[in-house]
Design a protein around this ligand. Structure first.
Ligand code: GLA
Length: 711
């Protein structure tokens, strides 16, 4: 008997190799030694009313073999279901994992599964090859089928819609089955296709947690089934359209990779592993993340209503408050005066930009900023020259009506001519002017479905453009946060989290976002007040403090602000530019305090950490209770400075306790902060206390710029 052990981070996968057939699952969960293990067959009590041949969960379960749970793959040949029995099995240890090859010679198919231990988690891959003499059609190919680690009891996932992304759902593990499935053609406004499975009463810092996300930007299915034997099975994979994955002899189909993380340190522990795996997939221009440039995006400043003079004016106002990248959003190209026309015709509107984009981009650069541009390449308005020339390029189903959304159709990205055309026009746009950044939008669901070919066609186009323009950064957007997933990560450097810039709404969304993706790729803007999406009014300080956790930006016209707000915003930009050095690329910890407080810390406890303590609603208790920060345990003595309280200062504000009145940092043992808690200042509704922490022994704390005035 051969035991295959794959320890990674705080968890272990233990499999038992069998001579024919897929390896058997022996353990998935907390790290444990697996030497001297008896064979599974010798340990199993017979299940009641079962086959005489035992059929335990394997890495690649298939139906019709005595296994009654979910299958790793479902195939058809000549229209009929193609049953599988693995007749040959082979496993090879790779440098950092395992490669399992399973063959069914009668059916003529091979399944290659890989498990790679990376950054404290596991990357699962699956590929199916048809070596039979007739085509084979894949109905479904799971990226991963795993037993749910023993003891987990809660399912945490996110759903959402345009303007209300990333709503957290916390449910019990199902008595029957649970499913999160997307069929809209993009990963969707519920965020990354992923799930957290947690211990019964998990805290952010304690308890077993398994986190899974698919590296996929299209339809996906994540499912949990309870087996009558008494355990749960978790599966995840892309949803395929009927017939789209039909393999001729010799052809192969690759499932999207799945990233799995197990931690005994609660959701924060599993999140850290997900961040590490995702960060390793980011392809930064120049090979390393540069400080995330503070943006100004023109959309909510002027929507479609712009021309060269207006935009230069906006750019001047942006430069004056310290903006580093100016992004010209929708409305710059031919025929685009509203959302009825123009998509597909990617050349400047000569009425608005008579000399093209080059003088504008140069003017922006002369103001000391990078110039970025909005595009929506996969879309086409019926009222466009491109559609008039190539109506057949739109995704369509013969005999079905063409259904528009926001007056637009979708280009068929499976079509090589479409991709070549888009590459040529985008390449020409990028060569026409000094453009350092693209905001790549996708503003509708897909009807008819484009399937995996649509996703792969888009990824392919993105890869081609990145190769041709390696210094250009790209932001992924789909009506706000409709395409924020690890499938996009190799091609993009930022995600637009939501069209709702209201800071209260953003608190929960941003917490959902960082469950799977790190904060440095989370677009977070200061919008106007009242917020365009919700009509709610918030102070400049509260809006800016919430935005300062992510990739900071501004989405308003600075000249439309009163001088005090404009000055305060400029100070917040200075703060964000200093804060990003601590807040990006390092650890991220979330938590909840008493009386409705939520907090988020980013950085490194000893080298430098920022802590945001957020109060959205008025307190109900008389006094704020100390805030326990369990992740700090064991970090020695820490210097703690209250940088300031953003928002909520007017009216009846209780005075600050003496500890927080001076400028010298207070020193606490980290264990005290972890177990007894950080004494908090008074916080009113819609306010954020921002603290700076660092190792007390490391010398003086690196100063952050003065906390913005008026805050
Ligand atoms: C989407 C995006 C917005 C903006 C508009 C432009 O809604 O989410 O940020 O770019 O499109 O049409």
């Amino acid at each position: 008997m051969t035991i295959l052990s794959l320890p990674s981070g705080e968890g272990t996968i233990v499999l038992e190799a069998v001579p024919t057939g897929a390896p058997l699952w022996r353990h998935f969960g907390a790290a444990c030694a697996s030497a001297a293990l008896p064979a599974l067959a010798d340990t199993r009590t017979a299940a009641s009313f079962s086959l005489d041949q035992d059929c335990p969960l394997t890495l690649a379960p298939v139906g019709g073999t005595g296994w009654f749970g979910p299958a790793v793959v479902e195939l058809r040949r000549d229209g009929a279901a193609l049953p599988l029995v693995w007749t040959h099995a082979d496993h090879a240890e790779t440098a950092d994992g395992l490669c399992i090859t399973l063959r069914d010679d009668r059916a003529g198919v091979t399944l290659v599964q890989t498990i790679t231990c990376e950054h404290g988690g596991w990357r699962f891959g699956a590929e199916l090859i048809n070596h039979g003499s007739a085509p084979v059609s894949i109905e479904a190919l799971a990226s991963v089928v795993v037993p749910v680690p023993a003891g987990l009891a809660r399912v945490v996932s996110w759903r959402g819609r345009h303007n209300a992304e990333l709503v957290e759902a916390d449910e019990a593990l199902p008595q029957q089955a649970w499913r999160r499935e997307g069929r809209r053609g993009i990963s969707g406004h519920g965020g990354a296709p992923g799930v957290y499975l947690c211990a019964p009463a998990p805290t952010r810092d304690h308890g077993d947690v398994l986190a899974l996300q698919l590296c996929w930007s299209g339809d996906s299915r994540i499912a949990i089934e309870r087996d009558d034997e008494g355990f749960h099975v978790l599966t995840a994979g892309a949803v395929l359209q009927p017939g789209e994955a039909t393999l001729a002899t010799g052809r192969r189909w690759t499932a999207p990779d799945a990233l799995l993380a197990f931690s005994a340190r609660g959701r924060n522990g599993a999140m850290a592993v997900q961040h590490a795996m995702v960060r390793a997939m980011l392809r930064w221009p120049g090979g390393a993340m540069a400080p995330r440039k503070v943006h100004l995006n023109s959309w909510e400043a002027c929507y479609f209503d712009h021309d060269a003079a207006r935009i230069v004016e906006l750019a001047r106002a942006a430069a004056a408050i310290g903006i580093e990248r100016f992004v010209l959003d929708d409305g710059w190209f031919a025929g685009r005066n509203d959302d009825h026309a123009g998509l597909g015709d990617w050349h400047p509107d000569t009425a608005k930009y008579p000399h093209g984009l080059a003088p504008l981009a140069q003017a922006v650069r002369d103001l000391g900023m990078e110039f970025g541009l909005w595009v929506e390449p996969e879309m086409i308005n019926p009222d466009s020259d491109l559609y008039r020339a190539h109506p057949d390029w739109a995704l369509h189903c013969d005999g079905h009506p063409l259904l528009t959304a926001r007056n637009q159709l979708v280009l068929d990205m499976a079509h090589a001519d479409v991709r070549d055309h888009l590459f040529a026009v985008l390449d020409a746009v990028l060569r026409s002017a000094p453009i350092g950044y693209l905001k790549w939008d996708h503003n509708r669901d897909l009807v008819p479905p484009g399937g995996a070919a649509q996703v792969r066609g888009t990824h392919d186009l993105l890869a081609r453009l990145r190769a041709a323009h390696p210094l250009v950064e790209i932001e992924s957007c789909a009506g706000g946060g409709g395409r924020s997933d690890a499938g996009m990560i190799p091609y993009v450097h930022r995600f637009w989290t939501s069209d709702t810039i209201d800071a209260v709404s953003r608190v929960a969304m941003q917490r959902g976002f960082v469950a799977f993706l790190p904060p440095e790729v989370m677009g977070s803007h200061v919008g106007a007040s009242p917020a365009h999406a919700t009509g709610r009014t918030q102070s400049m300080a509260f809006r800016a403090a919430i935005a300062s956790m992510g990739h900071f930006g501004v989405e308003l016209d600075p000249d439309a602000l009163n001088p005090a707000d404009r000055d305060e915003l400029a100070q917040w930009i200075g703060f964000a530019r200093a804060a990003r050095q601590i807040a990006h690329g390092g650890g991220v910890w979330l938590g909840e305090g008493a009386d409705g407080l939520v907090w988020q810390a980013q950085g490194c406890p000893t080298r430098g950490l920022l802590l945001w303590v957020v109060r959205c609603d008025p307190p109900q208790d008389r006094r704020p209770q100390p805030l326990r920060l369990p992740f700090l345990a064991g970090q020695g003595d820490l210097a703690v400075r209250l940088l300031g309280i953003a928002g909520g200062l007017a009216g009846h504000a209780a005075p600050l306790p003496p500890l927080w009145q001076g400028t010298d940092p207070a020193v606490f043992s980290a264990d005290w902060l972890a177990r007894a808690g950080l004494p908090l200042p008074p916080l009113k509704a819609e306010s954020v206390a921002i603290f700076h922490l660092a190792g007390a022994q490391a010398g003086a704390m690196a100063p952050l710029p003065r906390f913005p005035r008026n805050s």
